[in-house]
Write a protein that binds this ligand. Structure first.
Ligand code: AHG
Ligand code: MN
Ligand code: MN
Length: 336
């Protein structure tokens, strides 16, 4: 990108349409709506402390987690926009028990999966949070959409991305031909290309994991965390621990700088905590497109066949060499 050239997200998508015809039509309109949702949520996040939308909504979601007011607001924004456009047949969301069918979308081609607000425990303390999305195409226009269309493996994603409401607000996405990042210029309220063709380093020196759970991890993961903390000047160890508890924020830092994020299985949560459809698959698509890797420890995340909407999976994601090292330790321990 030439210095001083300004490319808005809309312009970028318009240019992509010539290169990748499938981005045309309703998919590009879905992007327009996600972008609008991002700006609306961004507005609410930035003012939350002033307009009484911090704190709990007073209900729990399907997964028994407390909903924050902003979780509910963000979920409504996405669904409202999709309902209006009719470009999605349905929306599946971390915050909803069931599939939300879009009233104008009976003939639409796409299915949207969202974590409308990720890192919601950070809302009340003004730390980075975000929205995650993933888009699938219905399998056939000739049959009504059913579970098979909605629960496709991550390899079938047509697009995925996230919006991070951090120091700046950024929109990072892929349609399967690399990853690009756009920063919101809030003086003109446009996302402008700031991080073209993001490639993640093959190796890094940051590890992100909730070490409070260490004693509950698989012995191979415990060994890896201890290995990260060991001394080896050549390998730049000990690595730095960085964990804020928003997947998006931890992932985004590691994507740009090189690093690894782990949310492994624990004794209490044998499938880990993070959700396959709303969190793990979109991040896995992004990281692979940036040259990194995402695994459960024994299986590529994007090859998991989902069995239910809110399914969880262990997630080990980031720089390829670091993820490989965890896999090696896990398989060594399994063989012993
Ligand atoms: P959400 O706010 O969408 O429920 O997601 C929270 C997730 C994820 O963002 C984060 O990495 C993880 O929970 C943190 O969990 P711990 O507090 O158990 O470390
Ligand atoms: Mn989340
Ligand atoms: Mn969430």
């Amino acid at each position: 990108m030439e210095k001083n050239t300004i490319v808005t997200l809309n312009q970028f998508i318009a240019d992509q349409q010539n290169q990748f015809p499938f981005v045309k039509g309703s998919l590009s309109r879905i992007f327009r709506d996600i972008q609008l949702a991002a700006k609306m949520i961004n507005r609410d996040v930035r003012k939350a402390g002033l307009i009484d939308i911090l704190g709990n909504f007073g209900e729990t979601n399907i997964q028994g987690e407390e909903q924050k007011k902003l979780d509910v607001i963000s979920n409504d924004v996405f669904k409202r926009l999709m309902d209006m456009s009719g470009d999605c047949i349905c929306v599946v969301s971390e915050e909803d028990d069931d599939i939300h069918w879009c009233p104008n979308g009976a003939d639409a081609k796409y299915i949207l999966a969202i974590d409308p607000l990720d890192g919601s425990s950070n809302i009340d303390v003004n730390a980075s949070i975000g929205s995650i999305f993933s888009i699938y195409k219905r399998l056939s226009p000739d049959k009504p959409v059913d579970n098979e269309d909605i629960m496709q493996a991550g390899v079938n994603q047509v697009a995925a991305g996230y919006v991070i409401y951090g120091t700046a607000t950024m929109f990072v996405y892929t349609t399967g031909s690399g990853v690009n990042g756009f920063t919101l210029d809030d003086s003109i309220m446009e996302f402008c290309l700031s991080h073209p063709e993001i490639k993640t380093p093959q190796n890094g020196s940051i590890f992100s994991v909730n070490e409070g759970n260490l004693n509950e991890f698989h012995p191979g993961v415990i060994e890896y965390v201890n290995w990260c903390k060991g001394n080896n000047k050549e390998e730049k160890r000990p690595y730095s621990a960085r964990y804020i508890g928003s997947l998006i924020a931890d992932f985004h830092r590691n994507l740009l700088k090189g690093g690894i994020y782990l949310y492994p299985a624990t004794a209490k949560a044998p499938n880990g905590k993070l959700r396959l459809l709303y969190e793990c698959n979109p991040m896995a698509f992004l990281v692979e497109q940036a040259g990194g890797k995402a695994t459960t420890g024994s299986q590529r995340i994007m090859e998991i066949q989902p069995e239910n909407l809110h399914q969880r999976t262990p997630l080990i994601i980031g720089s390829t060499e670091m993820v490989n090292q965890v896999e090696r330790l896990l398989s060594n321990v399994a063989e012993q």
